[in-house]
Design a binder for this molecule. Structure first.
Ligand code: NAD
Ligand code: MG
Length: 393
């Protein structure tokens, strides 16, 4: 049977990528795979390629791509490598849709390439909109492409806003789980990567889990929401909702607040994006309001979790500042995961890099953005080196 829609998945071995493949598996042949791209996990890529028979498989890592070529020899599946491979997967003519689900700034160039090629993009890689939202949304407009949010909050808002006139909307509300430390009292200096990775409601990749714990994730998401929906940051609110059942809400000018609820399962927003604009029956768990119990909402604590305001301030500076914020955060998160810095130092590193003035506030093209990203990584690495390593518990 010919699939209705063939998807290229960038980041197929990750948490979002694997969930998307689950959605394709459950589609009964309605969805197919055009290309698979990932970093270095060639064994997983080879297994996925054998199961889904894409036209193209690509690994960022050259050695991984060589292993992949060996594994898939004689299969008729094209194997590529590096940036060229990623760009080929992002722009493949046979793909009806590109799921951008690489983690971090590595997703910027392939997402921009897909946008310039006029693709329908299902976007999980929020970092690309944070760093280059103006360029990506302009490319989508110019080519007549479509940008469909996969991030659960944005997917919820996208559904709530469908068919609604902008003049009726007064505010967008993004919910945040609050992460594993929302209820914790006392200093967060001593928390370990294991503590921080233990997310209360979602199972996700390491980077986004740490971002959820610092609340940087919500800062990135406010910027993401701005580029997707065009509202100024003052009209995008954040509320802590530990149950992660309400994903987003839209306040209308007449005072009505429309909310979107679903179980915290990324396959639900992924399926909504991959089938868009159709709604298709799914086998995943349903919500039963009668047994849900409490849904709670709290304001964010900016003193304990300064990353959210830091991200909004970087956005207000404009130009390359959000790209600098994002790159510094990636370096700091990795340093925390490697136990080189404290949890609370993550946000300190980002603030310090932004304060060093390596920011260009003018209109930035892609070369300026990528150069700012690289410079911010160097600055962040230097600050990390100068910090005291955390005590071993
Ligand atoms: P992950 O770490 O589980 O997976 C990342 C994927 O990217 C892997 O397939 C990896 O091989 C690939 N990758 C990394 N660097 C690469 C490179 N240089 N070139 C090619 N591929 C590369 O991450 P994740 O949790 O799936 O998150 C992916 C994106 O989706 C992030 O931007 C994240 O913020 C966003 N997101 C994730 C969730 C979630 O539930 N996991 C929810 C909302 C948004
Ligand atoms: Mg989210």
């Amino acid at each position: 049977m010919t699939p209705l829609r063939r998807v290229s998945i960038l980041g197929s071995t990750g948490s979002i990528g694997e969930s998307a493949l689950d959605v394709v598996r459950a589609s009964g042949g309605n969805l197919g795979i055009a290309a698979l791209a990932a970093g270095s996990n060639w064994r997983r890529l080879a297994l996925q390629a054998r199961e889904f028979r894409p036209l193209l498989v690509t690994a960022a890592d050259g050695d991984a791509a060589r292993e992949l070529s060996r594994e898939l020899a004689g299969s008729g599946i094209r194997v590529a490598a590096g940036c060229e491979g990623l760009e080929a997967a992002a722009t493949l003519a046979e793909a009806d849709m590109v799921l951008s689900a690489i983690v971090g700034a590595a997703g910027i160039l392939p997402t921009l390439a897909a946008a310039r090629a006029g693709k329908t993009i299902a976007l999980a890689n929020k970092e690309s909109l944070v760093a280059a939202g103006g360029l990506i949304t302009a490319a989508v407009r110019e080519t007549g492409g479509i940008l469909l949010p996969v991030d659960s909050e944005h997917n919820a808002l996208f559904q709530l806003l469908a068919g609604r006139d902008a003049s009726e909307v007064s505010r967008l509300v993004l919910t945040a789980s609050g992460g594993p430390f929302f209820l914790r009292t006392g200093s967060l200096d001593e928390v370990t990567p294991e503590d921080a990775l233990r997310h209360p409601s979602w199972s996700m990749g390491a980077k986004v889990s740490i971002d959820s714990a610092t609340l940087m994730n919500k800062g990135l998401e406010v910027i993401e929401a701005h580029w997707l929906f065009g509202l100024p940051l003052e009209r995008i609110a954040v509320v802590i909702h530990p149950q992660s059942i309400v994903h987003g809400a839209v306040e209308l000018t007449d005072g009505a607040l429309l909310a979107h609820l679903s179980p915290p399962d990324m396959r639900i927003p992924i399926a909504a994006a991959l089938y868009h604009p159709r709604r298709v029956a799914s086998p995943w768990q349903r919500l039963d309001l009668a047994t849900l119990g409490r849904l709670e909402f709290f304001p964010p604590d900016h003193a304990r979790f300064p990353a959210l305001e830091l991200a909004c301030a970087a956005f207000a500076r404009g130009g390359t500042a959000p790209a600098v914020l994002n790159a510094a955060n990636e370096v700091a998160v990795q340093a925390f995961l490697d136990r080189r810095i404290r949890f609370t130092a993550i946000t300190e590193v980002v603030a310090d890099v932004l304060a060093r003035g390596t920011v260009d506030s003018g209109l930035a093209d892609i070369d300026m953005i990528m150069a700012a990203d690289a410079a911010a990584r160097e600055a962040a690495a230097e600050i990390v080196r100068g910090m005291q390593a955390p005590r071993r518990g």
